[in-house]
Structure formats: C-alpha cells, structure tokens
Design a protein around this ligand. Structure first.
Ligand SMILES: *Cc1c(COP(=O)(O)O)cnc(C)c1O
Length: 439
C-alpha cells in the first residue's frame, strides 16, 4: 500500500532528519510531502498525487524535470568520466561550459571559477575581491551590502546578508560590513526611481567617509529575491557601478537567483546595461539537476593573482568537487537547450503572462502588493494570524500546486519553459488560495 509506504517514510524522516530552513516543532503537523518522482512541470508524491512545481524546486528548474536531453547528457558523461579533480587537472566539460557561459556573459567578464552552491560562489567572490585588492596594494577589509539582501548561508555570505530574521543571530561572528537601505522598500509616496536615488545618496555618503577601506559593494541586481521579491529600478544598479568606479571598490553582483534567464534576460544586469567586476551564478545553471555554481570575473581581477609561485598570490581556494564533470555536462545540456529553444525570450513572455493572470488579485483587499520582474513574482498578502503565506501555500497544495512562501510573500517562480495551460493553472489556484485564506 502506498499509504503505508508514505507513513513509514515520514516516520523515518521524523526520527533522523534535520531539514533546511525548517522549524521541526511543526514539521510533522504540517504533513510532510514525500516526493517520489517528477516529470516535466510536475512532482509526484508517494501516493501518486501530482503537484505543479510552482517555485521551480526552490528557483532552480529551467526546462522542467527529467528533460530527455539533459538526462542523456548526464548518462553519456557517466560513461566517460565521473569525476576528476580540477586542482591541477582539467577536462572538456569544464572547458566547454566556461566557453558557453562566457558567450552569454556581460561584456568584460572573461574568467570562470567554479564552485558548488550559490553560497560557495559568493564566498569565493568575496575572497577574490579582498585578495585582488590586497595584491594591488590596497588595504580594504570592508564590504558594503544592502538591507534585505540574501547571498547564502555560509559565514561570508551571511556577513553581506541583510535579512534580520536569518542573519542577526550571527552578527557577533561575521566580517566587518556596512549596509545601505534596500532600494526595494519604498517609503510612502516614493517611486522606485526616487528610492534608487535616495539609497545611492546613502552609498555615496558611505563611500565618501570610508571608501578607501571598501573592498567591494555586493548587490542582488533588480530583485532582492529571498528578501521578499523586492524589486528596484535599474538606475540603482547603474548608480552602484558609478559609485564603485569612483571609489575603487569592486562591484559584485549576485545573480544566483536572477541569472540564467529568470528576469526575462539571461542576466539581470542586462536590464541596466552595466557590467560588474565579479558575477556569481548558480541555481538554474544545471537546469535544476545538480549543484554547480560559478564566479565570472573580469580579466583585470584575475590578473591581480598572477605572479611567480613563490610570491604566494595564488587564489588558495577550491573544493573537492570543483567542476564536477556530471554537473558540467548537465549545465552544458541546459545552456544548449536554452539557446535552441530561445528559453530566455519564452521566460520574458511567461513573465508578462503572469502579470496578466494576476491582475485580478492586484485590486484585492487582502493583497498589499504584487511585485514581479520576468518570472520572479512575489504576492505580498495581509497577515491574518501567524503564518499567512504558509496557509496560502497549504491551500494551493490541496489543489495540486506546490509553492513555498517567504513569510507573507507568496512566491511564484515556475520553470522558465512552463506552457500556457500549466501557467494558467498555477495562477488561478494561487489566486483562489489567497482569496480563501485572506478574507
Ligand atoms: C539562493 C541564493 C544564494 C545561495 O545559493 P545556495 O545554492 O542556496 O547556496 C545566493 N544568492 C542568492 C541571490 C540566492 O538567491
């Protein structure tokens, strides 16, 4: 009986497992969903029930699940090379993926450093920035970041994070940083352009005072995703570029969430027409198959590490599984399919369609704001009781749609390749669920 199997798996889970971002005092009461298999846009639980994957399995899935071309690429790679270290060796999948990625990258980015998760890419970027500055003779120990920002959960990434709920506990053990306000949190009457200008003025004041100690400014371009899908005007990104140029700080853009087509462009910085010094990507890189991330760097940052071995200017950083060939093979197949199928243009249309389909909810009393850039959508609902966003998602789950909230922001972020019918289902179920929970 599948019901017995489900109960057995849940019991074993409850006995031994500790899930990420999960309060285990309520985990059992929330009726854990045990996923058994997946196909296209759908996840299937151990009782055979289908769920539309409305958040791309936490923002990673691109073409859907079990895509024949990506499956075949990983299988073919398995038959050739499972793994070889990238420390002192190289291999074709690692080389080819770098070429494919850079062919899409903002101007000036010319080097690829691989890591595993988004957090580890951010970690590498922070250390690269600090070391590059130091090796150019600059003493710059300070990082500037943005309130409500999120860059992952390792300590360097948490240092440049700005979500109090997640990050404040760790403040005593973090790097020295300065924060500017979020360009996506508007004061009453403020437009997004006004807000961008106000936060840029803060940044200028900060850099005037301590700019010669600032190593890098770290931002999520266009959308502060985990902060609640807070969107800002592209002029903010342009202003950060200009401020970095004036002060000698490096511009680090974290495109782990926004990159690989999510905003309707390959990279969110394209909306602003600027190039950063360092860019991190992850999440959608392998199409949602395997953990792989990367830092893309300008050649002049890379050049700061070149010297005789004895000079100890090497980037002493790497991982056991850096550039794992199976991960690279999945990423290559993903990027090739994206080019063939014009997935980024499709994603832009999906975004527009989400905008149209959610129009009806925009005027609804229980909705504070709907924010969206490309396919990245946040529906901020009025709190009714303790976990309103979660209650909306539980209601959607009953109707076969899987979404996960950020507090009271219900997130929609379907796989980029989603078709019209599934998208209509996603939007109508979420619309109904919001109305059912927030009256
Ligand atoms: C998710 C995310 C990360 C962290 O990536 P992981 O793969 O979860 O470590 C970093 N930066 C941004 C902007 C993210 O959204």
């Amino acid at each position: 009986m599948s019901g017995d199997r489900t109960a057995d798996l849940v019991n074993r889970d409850l006995r031994h497992l500790w899930h990420p971002f999960t309060q285990h005092s309520v985990w059992a009461d929330d009726e854990p969903l045990v996923i058994d298999r997946a196909e296209g846009m759908y996840l299937y639980d151990t009782d055979g029930k289908a769920y539309l994957d409305g958040v791309s399995s936490l923002w990673v899935t691109v073409h859907g699940h079990r895509v024949p071309e990506i499956d075949a690429a990983v299988r073919a790679q398995l038959d050739r090379l499972d793994h070889a270290t990238f420390l002192g060796l190289t291999h074709e999948p690692g080389i080819e993926l770098a070429e494919l990625l850079l062919a899409t990258a903002p101007a000036g980015l010319n080097r690829v450093f691989y890591a595993g998760d988004g957090s580890s890419a951010v970690e590498a970027a922070l250390k690269m920035a600090f070391q590059a500055q130091a090796q150019r003779g600059e003493n710059r120990p300070l990082f500037v970041h943005v309130a409500e920002g999120y860059h992952g959960d390792t300590l360097g990434a948490v240092s440049v994070g700005g979500i109090e709920l997640f990050h404040s506990t760790y403040r005593p053990i973090l790097l020295e940083t300065r924060a500017v306000s979020s360009p996506g949190l508007l004061e009453p009457g403020q437009t997004r352009t006004d807000r961008a200008a106000a936060v840029l003025a803060e940044l200028d004041a900060l850099l005037d005072a301590e700019g010669d100690r600032v190593c890098a400014v770290v931002i999520e371009p266009l959308v502060q995703a985990a902060g609640g899908m807070l969107t800002h005007h592209a002029s903010f990104v342009r202003g950060v570029r200009a401020a970095c140029d004036r002060s000698g700080a490096l511009m680090v853009v974290d495109e782990v969430a926004t990159g690989i087509g999510r905003t309707g462009r390959m990279w969110a910085v394209e909306h602003a027409g600027v190039s950063p010094d360092l860019l991190t990507c992850g999440k959608g890189l392998t199409g949602g198959y395997l953990p792989l991330s990367a830092v893309l760097a300008r050649e002049d940052v890379y050049a700061a590490f070149l010297a005789a071995p004895a000079a100890a200017r090497t980037f002493f950083h790497g991982h056991s599984y850096t550039a794992n060939p199976l991960c690279c093979a999945a990423a290559i197949a993903n990027l090739r399919l994206m080019a063939e199928r014009e997935t980024v243009a499709h994603a832009a249309r999906v975004g527009e369609r989400i905008g149209e389909l959610m129009k009806g909810l925009e005027g609804y009393d229980g909705v504070r704001e709907i924010r969206r850039i490309g396919t990245m959508t946040g529906i901020e609902v009025e709190a009714v009781g303790e976990r309103t966003g979660f209650a909306v998602c539980q209601a959607a789950r009953k109707q076969g749609v899987w979404v996960r909230p950020l507090g009271d922001v219900v997130v929609l972020m379907p796989p980029l390749a989603i078709g019209d019918e599934d998208l209509a289902l996603l939007c109508s179920v979420v619309d109904e669920s919001v109305r059912a929970v927030v009256r």
